[in-house]
Design a protein around this ligand. Structure first.
Ligand code: ZN
Length: 511
């Protein structure tokens, strides 16, 4: 048992959350919930990145002051995440005093180190990325991410000596902590950048007004990325609460999109080294979601808001679909057809049916109660559900322990499908007609209920509210999410289920 501090990227609030941003939060939430189930003391932080020029422009377009606009949007974001069952412990906004205090402290430390100096900046700037690019990074002379022309900016700025930390970073990523950047494709990308050499970066803006004033020159504001990255330490009490900070920092996992790995795997660790703070243990750059094979874009009009999916299929079905369908770390595709297929096959037919058949048979044949008769099963079940449950629990843990979320879910479905096949093979409706087969019937239904109890625990990180429904329907008290030990997954011998009743479908069929 240990501690686990996990974060997601904080989002720019200049547009509403969509299925792509939701994917990152859902995956991070599933990982956080899994760590809690495994008994780790877990802290999960997310938030909003508000000091962006894009945010300021959007606020102006709507005739609002930037802060008033951010106040509105922060609520939209947090409500969206709550509606998806996201279980974050804190939601940090970069306009909050606790964040601004952390930025001032980190900046002061780096400045005291002699790693901040004034200079003249001339560079190619993408206003959408809020980042400068070198000629070699461009694709056909344009932003590699946005495909838009870059502006040439020349102004007096303050610089951070990023170059000073290049050797230390290279050694760290290559030798000291090979898990620092994941997956492998992102690690190789970062190694290439480090081997190719770095340039010092500008950490202030002279022309911007919306931002945190630079402590050493209030005519400038802190560069938005330098500002935003600091949220990860601010969220756990840096610098005002040193004990809380010492408990949680360093972060165990930063979950981010693959397009922002350079900020998180080069600039951020260099800032931490300069500020004499420990480095996060791992940064994971996930892939992107397309819709019907096309990149999500406002101009294509294919941006899907999570709410549109939740209102039709429910939050847990969306969570399951994204986690099961997309290999964590790779790109994936969303389509309504594929969601519907997964929903009907895996959720309604496999899991939903198993619950409703089992509970209705226990009610009808055994009056809603069954105790483990013990021993009778070995004669007739092959393989034993007990053994399948044990084996698939181990597989699930192995996969989720190394963030192979899709395969971990597939392992649970091995158990669910096996349980459904046992029903076909043993035909409890026939056993129920024969008084001599009473014990076999009890054993079968006990084993099915126990399989469902374990399934509820296993699916809880991915589908928290449906897991709770299964948990309650198989007569378990309290919250399935309250489980704090993987030992709860062990098959129980000699237990008793009571108060089992048939209920409404867990996943109503979608037309
Ligand atoms: Zn760009």
């Amino acid at each position: 048992m240990g501690k686990f501090y996990i974060t997601t990227a904080i989002d720019y609030v200049n547009s509403r959350p969509h299925v792509g941003t939701a994917y990152e939060k859902i995956a991070a939430d599933a990982i956080a919930r899994y760590r809690r189930l495994a008994g780790d003391d877990t802290f999960f932080a997310m938030g909003t990145d508000e000091h962006s020029l894009n945010v300021q422009r959007e606020a102006e377009r709507r005739g609002l002051a930037p802060k008033a606009y951010c106040d509105e949007m922060a609520v939209v974001f947090e409500q969206t995440w709550r509606s998806l069952g996201i279980s974050h412990d804190t939601f940090i906004r970069t306009t909050e005093p606790r964040h601004e205090a952390a930025v001032r402290e980190i900046f002061a430390r780096i400045h005291a180190k002699g790693d901040i100096y004034p200079g003249l900046y001339k560079g190619l700037y993408c206003a959408s990325c809020e980042a400068f690019y070198q000629e070699k990074d461009l694709v056909e002379g344009k932003c590699p991410h946005h495909g838009i022309a870059l502006q040439t900016i020349e102004e007096k700025n303050y610089f951070f000596r990023l170059t000073k930390y290049r050797d230390a970073l290279l050694a760290h990523v290559r030798d000291v902590n090979p898990e620092f950047v994941r997956p492998e494709i992102r690690r190789n990308e970062i190694l290439n950048v480090l081997e190719g050499g770095l340039e010092d970066i500008s950490v202030s803006r002279a022309s911007a007004s919306w931002g945190i004033p630079l402590p050493i020159d209030p005519t400038q504001v802190v560069y938005v990325w330098f500002d935003a990255l600091i949220n990860y330490v601010a969220a756990v009490g840096f610098p005002a609460e040193p004990e809380r900070f010492a408990k949680w920092w360093p972060a165990d996992l930063h979950v981010i999109g693959k397009d922002i790995t350079r900020f998180h795997c080069i600039i951020w660790p260099a800032m931490l080294l300069a500020a004499d703070l420990p480095l996060p243990k791992s940064v994971f750059g996930h892939g992107f979601i397309s819709v019907n094979g096309q990149k999500l874009s406002k101009s294509l009009g294919n941006v899907i808001e999570p709410e549109a999916i939740v209102s039709r299929f429910g939050a847990d079905a969306l969570r399951y679909f994204l986690l099961r369908e997309i290999v964590w770390g790779g790109d994936g595709d969303f389509s309504w057809e594929q969601l519907e297929r997964r929903y009907n096959a895996d959720l309604a037919n496999d899991l939903g049916n198993l619950l409703s058949r089992t509970t209705s048979m226990v009610e009808r044949y055994l009056g809603g109660e069954v105790a483990d008769p013990g021993g009778a099963r070995d004669a007739f079940q092959q393989p034993l559900l007990r053994e399948v449950a044990g084996g698939e629990s181990i597989h699930f843990n192995d996969y989720w322990g190394r963030l192979d979320l899709a395969r971990g879910l597939a392992a649970i479905w091995e158990l669910v499908r096996r349980a459904n096949r046992v029903i076909e093979e043993q035909a409890p409706w026939n056993l129920a007609k024969d008084q001599a087969k009473r014990e076999e019937l009890q054993q079968l239904l006990y084993d099915l209920l126990e399989s469902l109890r374990i399934t509820a625990l296993l699916v809880a990180p991915a589908m928290p509210s449906k897991a709770q429904e299964i948990w309650a329907r198989v007569g378990q008290p309290g919250e399935v999410a309250g489980a704090r030990h993987l030992a709860d997954l062990a098959w129980r011998v000699g237990a008793r289920f009571t108060g089992i009743k048939a209920g409404p479908p867990l996943f109503p069929k979608q037309a």
